[in-house]
Design a protein around this ligand. Structure first.
Ligand SMILES: *[C@@H]1O[C@H](CO)[C@@H](O)[C@H](O)[C@H]1NC(C)=O
Ligand SMILES: *[C@@H]1O[C@H](CO)[C@@H](O)[C@H](O)[C@H]1NC(C)=O
Ligand SMILES: *[C@@H]1O[C@H](CO)[C@@H](O)[C@H](O)[C@H]1NC(C)=O
Ligand SMILES: *[C@@H]1O[C@H](CO)[C@@H](O)[C@H](O)[C@H]1NC(C)=O
Ligand SMILES: *[C@@H]1O[C@H](CO)[C@@H](O)[C@H](O)[C@H]1NC(C)=O
Length: 547
């Protein structure tokens, strides 16, 4: 019996150590962004938690394109037609003038932005208001999709529950400040400061520029807080309730910040606090689903590997000039590889080559995961590139519009593939490029290295979302993770009082030393000098005599 006692104890201890299992929490996702790509990422977070058995309610301003889930209730609050028109005009104006995000941010100083006003207006929509003024469900947690809208922390204030922020991109100053990430401009690149792949540090010129961008964003941050404070008070404030937390108080009650980013593979390495959780690639499926039977057979049959060709959902081949389609078909149909080609009009395929499989709908992610897939020909949308990087498939990009040229450039710079202009494509160039991508092993090696690093983590992106969300639920907000920096005023945060004291002590010491020297000079040196003078004076006469 005694022999078993330690073992029993161990079992008891282990049971005790097991974290309590959190079941079926009610979680509210506030995904107010007007950008579909933001909603896709945030919905992936919601779906992860729903798969785990939590009850998710999502508030958005657009109907997200995804399959209905039994544990997700989506509440859509559309913006007013007037607001929609203003936003559209504003976005069109921004993109036609090639305005950068800098001028967007700079404008926030001068006048209010239609985007921000729209986000405020949205919180006043009756369906949205009903959630926080008159909740029918007791919510345990709010997940707020972040996009210059942190006044919406008011949802968590109203519902009296913890809040997790979710940012869909790489860390950037306005998001870092939410949790107090270290943003030393000497080595942490600011917004739009892109290091070359593999570049570790910034040279003088780059650091100089980085310093100014960093400082500019710091100033934007200060203005932004004031603006957000006004929105917060307007939307959620309650003067008759002295207990109601202020905007600044809510900023100190943020439980976590999710970043759709993975430092070790995407780089650069930056210092982050324990409240920053990397969930890079959350929108990428971790385990492929089985392919449709005929497609699986087609791919399994290939001896030379396969190529996936898809220009996404927006660009259709019917929009592309027939000569270009002919160029593409002529080259692809002569390859020894199999080609899976996303093609809308199945009645009118460009040809009947036996090595090409045309289909209107393709499970892109699952095809990229297939071991026979050797090349992805893509329009360089962010989602597709992320999937190919995850699965380690080299790419040939035909960027068409929007952010695609930038994505293609970065992908090629990273050594994951090449890009071509589809409008001026010739058979020779295409054939040459495809041959280079398939025969030169460096592309597959680079993207393979990235893929290996990207997947090598203690918890996958989905596991991180589940673990850390439940951690917050288990520990009533997990505020113990917070950086002390969040709770410091600007003077203490920058140690100004300590430096000031040191300077003061230094000055006082100097003063005392000076007085002491003076005293010594006058009383001691003075006496010595008096003595010298007298001796000099007595020596003077004989000297004079020499002349
Ligand atoms: C929904 O949640 C329940 C538990 O509340 C869980 O058993 C079920 O698997 C979830 N559904 C899906 C599709 O994951
Ligand atoms: C799940 O959330 C919805 C609100 O979106 C609510 O109506 C429903 O009662 C919740 N289910 C459970 C089991 O709490
Ligand atoms: C404001 O606070 C008071 C006191 O707590 C409360 O009775 C009232 O319902 C609140 N008003 C709103 C709009 O939340
Ligand atoms: C795969 O190969 C087998 C035998 O070589 C052949 O019978 C079959 O038709 C092929 N399937 C496809 C989809 O090409
Ligand atoms: C491909 O085959 C189908 C049916 O066999 C035929 O109707 C069509 O004209 C062919 N297309 C081309 C481009 O040869």
């Amino acid at each position: 019996m005694e022999k078993f006692l330690p073992a029993c104890l161990l079992v008891v201890l282990m049971l005790g150590i097991q974290p309590a299992i959190i079941e079926g929490a009610n979680i509210l996702g506030v995904f107010n962004s007007h950008s579909p790509s933001h909603v896709i990422v945030n919905m992936a977070v919601a779906k992860t938690l729903a798969d785990r058995g939590h009850n998710i309610t999502v508030l958005t301003q657009m109907k997200p394109k995804f399959q209905p889930h039994e544990n997700i209730t989506v509440i859509v609050a559309l913006p007013t037609p007037e607001r929609e028109r203003i936003t559209k005009e504003y976005m069109a104006q921004m993109s036609s003038q090639q305005k950068s995000s800098w001028s967007f941010l700079a404008k926030l100083f001068v006048r209010s932005s239609p985007i921000l006003d729209g986000q405020y207006e949205w919180t006043q929509h009756p369906r949205v208001k009903a959630i926080y003024e008159n909740p029918q469900t007791k919510y345990d947690l709010v997940i707020l999709g972040l996009m210059l809208n942190d006044f919406q922390l008011g949802f968590a204030a109203k519902l009296r529950c913890p809040v997790i922020l979710s940012w869909v991109g790489i860390p950037m100053p306005l998001m870092d400040s939410q949790v107090g990430n270290i943003d030393d401009p000497a080595y942490v690149p600011s917004l739009n400061v892109a290091l070359e792949p593999g570049q570790l540090t910034m040279g003088f010129g780059m650091r100089f520029v980085n310093f100014f961008k960093h400082s500019f964003l710091k100033i934007v941050d200060v203005f932004m807080r004031q603006k957000m404070n006004d929105y917060y008070n307007g939307a959620f404030g309650n003067d008759s309730d002295p207990e109601f937390p202020s905007y600044y108080e809510m900023k100190r009650r943020i439980s976590l910040l999710f970043y759709n980013y993975h430092g070790p593979s995407e780089g650069p390495i930056r210092p982050t606090v324990p409240q920053s959780i990397e969930i890079g690639g959350i929108q990428v499926k971790e385990k492929p689903d089985p392919l449709p039977k005929d497609l699986a057979e087609f791919l399994d049959n290939s001896t030379e590997g396969a190529i996936l060709f898809s220009l996404g959902t927006n660009a259709r081949f019917t929009d592309i000039r027939p000569q270009i389609v002919k160029v593409l078909y002529n080259v692809l149909s002569k390859l020894p590889q199999l080609v899976v080609w996303k093609w809308e009009d199945m009645e009118n395929t460009p040809g009947n080559a036996s090595n090409i499989y045309f289909s209107k709908w393709l499970p892109q992610d699952d095809i990229l995961a297939h071991p026979k897939t050797r090349l992805f020909i893509t329009h360089a949308g962010k989602g597709g590139i992320a999937e190919a990087q995850f699965h380690g498939v080299p790419m040939l990009a035909f960027p068409i519009f929007g952010d695609q040229p930038g994505n293609a450039e970065l992908m090629a710079k990273s050594g994951f593939g090449l890009h071509l202009d589809i409008l001026t494509l010739t058979e020779d160039v295409l054939e040459e490029t495809i041959r280079e991508l398939l025969q030169n092993p460096t592309y597959a090696a680079s993207v393979g290295r990235f893929s290996a690093l990207y997947r090598d983590r203690p918890l996958t992106a989905r596991q991180s979302v589940v673990y850390w969300t439940e951690y917050v639920l288990r520990h009533q907000g997990a505020y113990h993770l917070q950086s002390p920096r969040l709770h410091m005023g600007i003077v203490a945060r920058h140690n100004l009082d300590v430096y000031g004291t040191l300077v003061l002590v230094g000055l006082v010491t100097l003063l005392i030393l000076r007085l002491a020297f003076r005293y010594v000079f006058h009383n001691v040196l003075g006496a010595v000098r008096g003595h010298c003078y007298r001796t000099k004076a007595t020596n003077k006469k004989p000297k004079d005599k020499l002349f």
